[in-house]
Design a protein around this ligand. Structure first.
Ligand SMILES: Cc1cc2nc3c(=O)[nH]c(=O)nc-3n(C[C@H](O)[C@H](O)[C@H](O)COP(=O)(O)OP(=O)(O)OC[C@H]3O[C@@H](n4cnc5c(N)ncnc54)[C@H](O)[C@@H]3O)c2cc1C
Length: 503
């Protein structure tokens, strides 16, 4: 009798835990990889994301075969019919699989014994460090756990940037104050490594385009699709961009989309890179004296802090998380999110980048796109669906806490301690967008005023009592006391006019 091992499309681990026990007994196992047509069509996903996923899965099948595994690569209408076909053909003793990182996927896995009529072993997910160590195992449902505390425990446990006596190397946990610089005109980030599409990828691009599935363009696809290429992308980041990652982490530029960011999220989320390995490789650069502490700590904070914290929060807060709407925001997502046609320069750049390549860096996602949606009162479910569709690194586990939590504060403060809201002043400080924009970042009201300004103040007025209740919002609400009645009315009228025009 044989065993079927189902490997999910975003679990392309070099050492998969369901295969490890059978290394010496490979003939007993048939690996099944499913290309579910229904899953690829669940939302209008960016075609570059679909190409990435499908091409990486097909390359992975080749990688396993080259390592001696029997692989059944099935293109099926949906996952269930694919698994049923596998069971009918193979007649395995049981099916093994690693727990899905997404909620619905995991429910589906647990429903399989009944649907397939054979036993299923669902192994623990090893793709995340928080699957190996839970820093807050006793945190109850609505208990607040802030990212900083979570991150420190992760650093201690995995001994990242820690001295022998258990103190953070460099004497501090946090170098945020050094990591908020705008980009000087004379600094250009080195071009990041692009990967030419091979025959498999070209075939996938053709199929996706011919099937008319998804949105955006597959052409220009340049992402890594194998472990080896993902390692090259990591090396490229460590060699050329890590050094200035920290300093310009929050900077935005009309000319440069990636700046000194790693662009590694698509590979981490597919299992092509392993988070601890990525973090250790960055740490090594600091220990060898090749990268400054603010950059290395800042990067490790993202990978071992934010990324793990987000996954941990997802599993703590689901399924309610996706139903949260703290501000009661009901507006439909404006049409320009699908074509990028807005006169606001910052928003146009960020949206057009997402529509073209499925990538913008964190600050554009958070402080431009999500900030706009929060201030404009867009329905969180619509925002979530847009982000899920538009980004090459998007998966439900990472999107829900980032959109409902961090980006929109729709969860009432479980993921972030305060809403990330800002007026044009912040965007002007951190970018060169405002210089070329028809709106004036200094004006609060009037025909030329930047919409971020009156939307920001309007949000403070509208939600004053909720914001006052948050101690971290003190400085923001303090500004309200400087507005007289007339100015408040002008702000509200400008916001209302703008929001009505959106509809
Ligand atoms: C509204 C919103 C939507 C987002 N959508 C996604 C998404 O679909 N997929 C995704 O992977 N990340 C998402 N993020 C988090 C973050 O913006 C991206 O991980 C990051 O921009 C990816 O680019 P990079 O690889 O160049 O990141 P870098 O700036 O180089 O950071 C290094 C790594 O840290 C991790 N990371 C940093 N912040 C986060 C975070 N908040 N959540 C999870 N991982 C983090 C990522 O793996 C990233 O590759 C979102 C954030 C917000 C606010």
């Amino acid at each position: 009798m044989t065993i079927a091992v189902w490997i999910l499309g975003d679990q392309l681990l070099a050492c998969h835990p369901a295969l490890a026990p059978y290394q010496e007994d490979k003939a007993r196992v048939r690996v099944v990889i499913l290309e579910s047509q229904a899953r690829l069509r669940r939302l209008p996903y960016h075609r570059k994301k679909l190409v990435l996923l499908v091409s990486a899965m097909r390359h992975y099948a080749g990688y396993l075969r080259a390592n001696g595994w029997q692989v059944d690569y099935r293109i099926a209408a949906d996952a269930l019919s694919g698994l049923k076909a596998q069971v009918a053909e193979q007649r395995p003793e049981w099916l093994e699989t690693m727990a899905a990182s997404e909620y619905r996927g995991r429910l589906f896995q647990h429903s399989l014994p009944e649907r397939l009529g054979i036993p299923i072993r669902v192994l623990a997910n090893t793709q995340f460090l928080s699957g190996r160590y839970d820093p807050f195992p006793d945190a109850g449902g609505r208990q607040r756990v802030v990212m900083e505390n979570y991150y420190r425990r992760m650093r201690r446990h995995f001994r990242l940037l820690m001295s022998e006596d258990g103190e953070p190397i460099g004497g501090r946990w946090n170098y945020d104050a050094q990591n908020r610089k705008p980009l000087p005109k004379e600094i250009a980030a080195p071009a990041f490594q692009r990967f030419e599409a091979d025959e498999i990828t070209r075939q996938v691009m053709l199929e996706i385009e011919q099937a008319g599935v998804g949105t955006g363009e597959a052409s220009g696809f340049d992402l890594a699709v194998t472990h080896a290429q993902a390692q090259q992308a990591l090396q490229d980041f460590l060699d050329h961009r890590l050094g200035l990652f920290g300093a310009y982490e929050d900077a935005m530029s009309a000319e440069q989309a990636v700046l000194f960011h790693s662009r590694l999220s698509p590979y981490l989320n597919l299992g092509l890179l392993e988070p601890l390995d990525v973090a250790r490789r960055a740490e090594e650069r600091y220990l060898m004296g090749n990268a400054p502490i603010n950059s290395v700590e800042g990067f490790i904070r993202q990978v071992v802090g934010w990324r793990e914290y987000i996954y941990w929060q997802y599993w703590r807060l689901m399924p309610d998380l996706e139903r949260q709407n703290f501000w009661q925001a009901q507006r439909r997502l404006p049409e320009f999110f699908w074509n990028g046609e807005t006169q606001m320069d910052c928003l146009r750049h960020a949206i057009q980048r997402a529509l073209k390549d499925g990538y913008t860096h964190h600050i554009e996602r958070l402080m431009v796109v999500a900030n706009f949606c929060l201030l404009a009162g867009v329905d969180p479910q619509e925002v979530n669906a847009w982000f899920l569709s538009s980004f090459v690194d998007a998966y439900e586990w990472v999107m829900a806490p980032n959109v409902f939590g961090m980006g929109l504060h729709a969860d009432g403060g479980m993921v972030g301690t305060k809403p990330y809201i800002a007026s044009a002043n912040y965007i002007n400080k951190m970018s060169d967008y405002c210089q070329g924009c028809i709106f004036d970042h200094r004006q609060r009201t009037g025909a030329e005023a930047c919409p971020f300004n009156y939307l920001y103040w309007n949000f403070l007025i509208e939600h004053e009592s909720q914001l006052r209740a948050n101690p971290r919002m003190g400085p923001n609400v303090l500004g309200l006391s400087r507005l007289d009645g007339d100015e408040r009315r002008r702000i509200q009228a400008a916001a209302q006019q703008f929001l009505e025009a959106l509809e």
